[in-house]
Write a protein that binds this ligand. Structure first.
Ligand code: FE
Length: 378
């Protein structure tokens, strides 16, 4: 049977979003125009040399039901999580976190002369794995070997395999069979890679110019390119060359119930998650000892910090770790800050609406439930 090139179905310009505790970034999946691209839930591109755009970072916050993949292009991100991992990832490194049943973590870009740059992608977990044990992988640049093809493309395979199975990435065995390949095309180079029929596939160009498909559709970075079905993706460098992340995965075709950093299948599962956060049982069923230790450490740190600042705290804030409190499902986003972190629970566009969390949770008859939309990420 003749193999067919996947056509360019659409090219989407990312939207500016202010996220976390005040990080300016560009979002192309998880917007009003493109809620998700099954099984991809969110794609953020952060890139700035101005510390005011990123220094506030993403203080401690929870996740459940998803995997987050962070690719660092430049600068450094300090991280810590409730599994006991902490450290710094830098240019060329990658972090693959499976939130599963629950994880709390922080992601703090470090202020450096080169600024910060990178991508974060959210991958949905199938219903059968949403309450699985959380996992964390730090993949240093040295573990992602770069291969130069005969056509001049420089590839780093992150997940799945490439070049007919000759190159295999360090991440394998996931339910949605993701294929993630970091591709650099110097001027004159071209690229062709098989992608299973029926799998969702996109490329995110974050540098230069790349021409995609057999029509060689020119795409200037930054842009999201969504492919139609077919057997392979092809691309060629524009005059100045370019870089993109190719991602594909098997769609789940499952209902999505979304509330900020939690993505489950039903409204009831979201409400159970929020209830667990309110009562301090989030993560308790999986790693009780680790959760207690981590919570205790964060509470001590928060008290020390507050004491040093000599600020009296509201009575309600003395009872529990600030990281273990959930925003109530009925809260409006307004200008309030998320109760699980110190950041606003919604981006600017959500704040312009009235009570989006209440409205969307209540409207759960559709397949997708929005609450704070995807605007509260990572
Ligand atoms: Fe996060």
């Amino acid at each position: 049977m003749t193999q067919s090139s996947r056509p360019v179905a659409s090219v989407i310009a990312p939207e500016p979003v202010r996220e976390g505790a005040g990080v300016n970034l560009r979002r192309s999946i998880g917007t009003r125009g493109l809620d998700h691209l099954d099984p991809f839930l969110l794609l953020d591109h952060f890139e700035s040399a101005d510390a005011a755009d990123y220094a506030a970072g993403f203080p401690f916050h929870p996740h459940r039901g998803i995997e987050t993949v962070t690719v660092v292009r430049q600068g450094q991100i300090r991280h810590a999580d409730s599994l006991g991992h902490s450290g710094t990832i830098g240019a060329g490194d990658l972090q693959w976190m499976t939130a599963g049943s629950g994880i709390l973590h922080e992601e703090m870009p470090q202020v450096r002369p080169e600024g910060i740059g990178g991508l974060q992608l959210w991958l949905n977990l199938p219903a059968s794995e949403k309450m699985s044990r959380p996992k964390y992988r730090d993949l240093q640049a040295g573990q992602l070997v770069e291969t130069v093809t005969d056509e001049g493309a420089r590839l780093r395979v992150i997940a799945g395999d490439a070049a007919g199975g000759r190159i295999t990435g360090p991440v394998e065995g996931l339910a949605v069979a993701p294929k993630f390949i970091d591709v650099v095309l110097p001027p004159g180079a071209s690229f062709r890679e098989a992608v299973p029929r029926g799998h969702t596939a996109f490329a995110y160009a974050d540098d230069g110019e790349v021409r995609f498909g057999d029509t060689r559709t020119p795409v200037q970075a930054p842009a999201l390119v969504i492919f139609g079905d077919g057997d392979f993706v092809e691309a060629a460098a524009g005059p100045i060359g370019g870089r993109f992340l190719l991602a594909s995965a098997r769609p789940l075709h499952e209902p999505i119930a979304r509330y900020g950093p939690f993505v489950m299948n039903t409204r009831a599962e979201i409400e159970r998650t929020l209830q667990e956060l309110r009562t301090g049982r989030f993560m308790a069923s999986r790693r009780p000892a680790a959760a207690r230790r981590w919570r205790s450490a964060r509470t001590s740190a928060a008290r020390a910090s507050t004491s040093a600042a000599r600020r009296p705290r509201p009575r309600s804030r003395r009872r529990a770790s600030p990281t273990m409190r959930a925003a109530p499902a009925s809260s409006d986003c307004g200008s309030r800050r998320s109760r699980w972190t110190s950041r606003p629970c919604c981006g600017p566009r959500e704040r312009s609406r009235s009570s989006p969390a209440t409205a969307s949770i209540a409207g759960s008859k559709g397949r997708t439930i929005h609450a704070c939309s995807a605007a509260t990420r990572a």
